[in-house]
Design a protein around this ligand. Structure first.
Ligand SMILES: CC(C)(COP(=O)(O)OP(=O)(O)OC[C@H]1O[C@@H](n2cnc3c(N)ncnc32)[C@H](O)[C@@H]1OP(=O)(O)O)[C@@H](O)C(=O)NCCC(=O)NCCS
Length: 170
């Protein structure tokens, strides 16, 4: 019999800030370079302020996956500020290395769709680095499609790198 997941998805709270920063720094410093942020993140106090601000907003959200040992995944959503594309939100996702392949990423992505529907967002989009096969497999399994390649879109150290733009209508 397969083991039941021992985590749940909820909205982030200001008190999660230290764990959120710790997770982002850990994932961001993995040598494969999964994240666009590349090992840097907000300070804990800035993260706390950010989470506090978006809890009052319909334009953004942070969801977390919480296990008995703490926060093991995070998904951030941010609505496009342009009035003509307010129905679009961009998302970013990370799961702690020890917790991968246990359904956390999928659960957070489904939570994002739920948030989108409640906020009137019709389209979710994301950027993924082209070699991130795990993430691309997850997104494709959920119905995200490639909309193109953003050439030299992100700075990573001295380099500019491409990103794949993927999206799904929800
Ligand atoms: C990408 C990431 C978020 C996936 O999270 P996860 O919790 O491991 O994903 P899940 O367990 O929910 O996987 C769901 C499905 O995605 C696909 N998938 C996930 N990881 C995969 C891998 N390493 N190889 C192939 N397919 C994979 C599979 O279809 C999987 O279903 P299955 O396990 O039943 O086969 C996680 O690997 C991660 O945080 N990586 C580092 C940060 C990152 O890349 N973030 C995304 C930036 S765009």
């Amino acid at each position: 019999m397969s083991e039941r997941p021992r985590f749940h998805v909820r909205k982030a709270e200001p008190g999660d800030a230290a764990e959120l920063v710790e997770l982002a720094l850990a994932v961001g410093s993995e040598p494969e370079g999964w994240l666009v942020t590349n090992g840097t993140w907000r300070s804990v106090s800035d993260e706390r302020r950010y989470v506090r601000a978006i809890r009052r907003s319909k334009a953004a959200a942070v969801l977390v996956a919480e296990a008995p040992e703490g926060i093991v995944g995070r998904l951030s959503l941010s609505r496009d500020p342009h009035p003509a594309s307010r129905h679009v939100a961009d998302l970013g996702l990370m799961v702690a290395a020890d917790w991968r392949r246990r359904g956390v990423g999928r659960a957070l992505m489904l939570g994002a769709e739920e948030w989108a529907r409640s906020a009137g967002v019709r389209k979710l989009e994301l950027h993924v680095l082209p070699y991130n096969e795990a993430a691309i497999a997850l997104y494709e399994s959920l119905g995200y499609e490639r909309e193109g390649v953003r050439r030299n879109h992100y700075r990573r150290g001295a380099d500019l790198v491409d990103a794949v733009l993927m999206a799904k209508e929800v």
